[in-house]
Design a protein around this ligand. Structure first.
Ligand SMILES: *Cc1c(COP(=O)(O)O)cnc(C)c1O
Length: 367
């Protein structure tokens, strides 16, 4: 989808907020681990290239979810290490070598397939993934980890790291977290030769289990200034959200009582009302379930009335405002603010998804 520059809808990103958030998290970790910024999914909607350039000197490397995201960064001139967190099938290994990427290796089956395909693993930099209880990818026993490391090394691959991922680090109940941690620790301790980089900490772990960090952390949502638990666990220190979403009034009208607004006529004005229209809709990631939610105009909350369409949203205004009046959908406006977490709560989802769903049609503007 083309980025639509000639309308007042945009995501504004403060890159310095990302730097400040990384600093804040690292200051609260008692050890001194390596820092990898997780910039998958276009840096959670913030723009992977812009974010990565801005923080490259501050971090030790980057994590992405697939090879294409990694290549995007290399082509943009990013030089630091890039770890691909998802499984890359053996036929794509040549890309990892061409672009100097580190790959996640998650099973002996993968290794066997690579051998069957006759793929050379020489010089491939890899991290072994351990499934300590997340249940997605990774080896589930120490013997498989051991066998994988030995096999990869015998083929000339460089096993640089070993890692796992927690499923519940953002929850108040720590039982699964503790089980996963002890499984991973035991597995590591029993390895004949442990790879140099050991990492297990996502944002939530780095915040609420900072004492468990191994020698590297993978920081995702927290660097964008959001609480990984939503409103479940309180942040022990302040973060600054890096993204705000803004639009503007492009149409304002007064309607008498009883007038239908939007597809399906799901809303009828209750009395004489001022209705404003914004050029944003579900094709921008402002999903249909935002009906009845609110936006900010002139420091006041205004309700979204009627259906959210593909390209437009209608709101009820307290008075007539001029065309072009700024409207905030995420961020601050006057004394009030709306966060991605507020939006997520209304949708019954998590703030991550709200940001990732902002589509390419919304231009990203940086300061
Ligand atoms: C996405 C991801 C992260 C980052 O998660 P946050 O909760 O955003 O910090 C870290 N590790 C892995 C394996 C991931 O997939």
């Amino acid at each position: 989808m083309i980025s639509s520059l000639h309308r007042p809808t945009k995501a504004k990103i403060t890159l310095d907020a990302v730097s400040q958030n990384i600093k804040a998290v690292m200051e609260h970790i008692p050890s001194n681990p390596k820092v990898w910024a997780v910039v998958k999914a276009n840096a959670y909607g913030h723009g992977a290239i812009a974010v990565s350039h801005h923080i490259e000197s501050q971090v030790d490397g980057f994590c992405v979810s697939n090879v294409d995201e990694a290549i995007e960064l290399r082509q943009a001139g990013i030089k630091k290490s890039i770890l691909v967190l998802g499984v890359v099938l053996p036929e794509e290994i040549y890309l990892a070598k061409d672009y100097h990427l580190s790959l996640t290796i998650a099973s002996m089956d993968w290794y066997v397939l690579a051998k069957e395909l006759g793929t050379s693993l020489k010089g491939l930099v890899c991290h072994i993934k351990v499934d300590s209880g997340m249940g997605r990818i990774g080896v589930r026993s120490q013997s498989e980890a051991e066998q994988l490391i030995t096999s990869l090394e015998s083929d000339g691959a460089i096993v640089e790291g070993i890692f796992t991922h927690f499923a519940t680090a953002d929850e108040a109940d720590e039982s699964q977290f503790n089980q996963q941690l002890s499984f991973f620790k035991t597995l590591i301790a029993g390895l004949e030769k442990c790879p140099p980089l050991v990492h297990a900490s996502n944002s939530a772990t780095s915040i609420w289990h900072a004492e468990t960090v191994f020698n590297a952390v993978r920081l995702g949502v927290v660097i964008y200034g959001l609480n990984p638990s939503g409103y479940t666990l309180a942040m022990p220190y302040a973060l600054t959200p890096a993204l705000s979403l803004e639009s503007a009034l492009v149409h304002v009208k007064e309607v008498p009582a009883g007038v239908a607004i939007g597809y399906g006529g799901t809303y009828h004005s209750e009395q004489a009302e001022i209705i404003g229209t914004l050029p944003i809709g579900y094709a921008d990631g402002w999903t249909r379930d935002m009906q009845d939610f609110k936006v900010l105009v002139d420091g006041q909350f205004c309700q979204i009335v009627g259906r959210v369409s593909m390209d437009q949203v209608t709101i009820r205004l307290p008075k007539r405002y001029p065309l072009g009046t700024r409207v905030t959908l995420i961020g601050e406006n006057g004394q009030e603010s709306l966060s991605a977490t507020d939006v997520a709560d209304k949708r019954g989802t998590i703030n991550y998804e709200v940001l990732c769903l902002l589509s390419d049609r919304v231009p990203r503007e940086y300061d």
